[in-house]
Design a protein around this ligand. Sequence first.
Ligand code: PLP
Length: 415
Amino acid sequence: MASAFTADIVPQAPEDPLFGLMAAYRKDTFAQKVDLGIGAYRDDNAKPWVLPVVKKADKIIADDPDLNHEYLPIAGLQQFTSASQRLSLGADSPAIKEGRVASLQTISGTGAVHLGALFLSKFYKYSGQTPTGYFSNPTWANHGQIFDTARLSHKTYRYFSPTTKGLDFEGMMSDIKATPEGSIILLHACAHNPTGVDPTQEQWKQIAQVMAQRRQFPFFDTAYQGFASGDLNKDAWAIRYFIAQGFELCIAQSYAKNFGLYGERAGCFHFVTAPGSDAQSTITRIASQLAILQRSEISNPPAYGARIASLVLNTPELFAEWEANLRTMSGRIIEMRTQLRAKLEQLGTPGTWNHITDQIGMFSFTGLSEKQVLKIREDAHVYMTKNGRISMAGLNSHNIDYFAKAVDKVVRETQ
Ligand SMILES: Cc1ncc(COP(=O)(O)O)c(C=O)c1O
């Protein structure tokens, strides 16, 4: 029998560019090849790093005689979601105290963005219409796909300036001002992916002010708390500031990077409703609908990663050790930034390189063009995404000289 799913109905989809890049890297047999593609932390020997605190928590859980493999509740492990609220919103958050936060454990950050998008698609109306989502240009490649799946339309606001390789703050502000009232504005809480460029606290205040005037809905994506600066509170500043301004908003939180729990899919979705006398009944209704969306998609979330994160988040000594592990990761990345910039400046590589140290987090937008990216892959076996983004975690004391020289060469040859 012929398939009903012919090519005109189900066309061949392109390969995910990032996972395609990983496959090409794996196939490459060149000894000095460098992987700067995927956003996962690597130690100074280019190896995945299991955080020592995660190893410790893992053992405690494995040794627990009461451990079982029953289903978690629909909203996930309660100790995990409440600790996640405190981590993101701050332990003394008025929103938590006033009981106006609904939190569900999700399939990592992706699942949290997805649950938020589904909820908004189904329930968010402004002047009778479902508002459009606005993303920074550029943004994490999956945002658009997730909103498409949830049938939410999306557009972009200006964000990155190719000239300064920093924030195009004026462009961002004027684009946000120009969006329709009630629009969903997706914001990276810290360590913007892919650019590594974040607004300053002063700029965040101005963004919040415009968004309040335009009655916009902030959708925070926080995938790098503690991983960016090494300071959990600093990296959550923008979210907490917006909540203090009384916004109704949502937060998609990932523990992939800051716990190194990439494959365990530990994350959380928080919906924070605005303060007011009916806030508690509002949040109870919202939580009930989120639970139905969750049940229809995954029934209940996976337990393992959440158990590890929960144990660490809820045990003061383990929490302190986690903070030290975070400083190890963020510190190594900051050190790589310093060294890369210094090496390019020493080599006299044409252009300016201050953006390497001005940017923050896992990624740096180098400013290399697509042509240069392809050439550096061809000539030096260095793998990075076509937009010139590098994962700083892929650099280490063994390959940074090699990489700096390869950049120097490609920039000079393509000038
Ligand atoms: C901006 C941003 N949001 C969300 C995620 C979600 O990642 P995960 O689903 O692995 O938690 C990532 C991961 O790269 C990211 O960079």
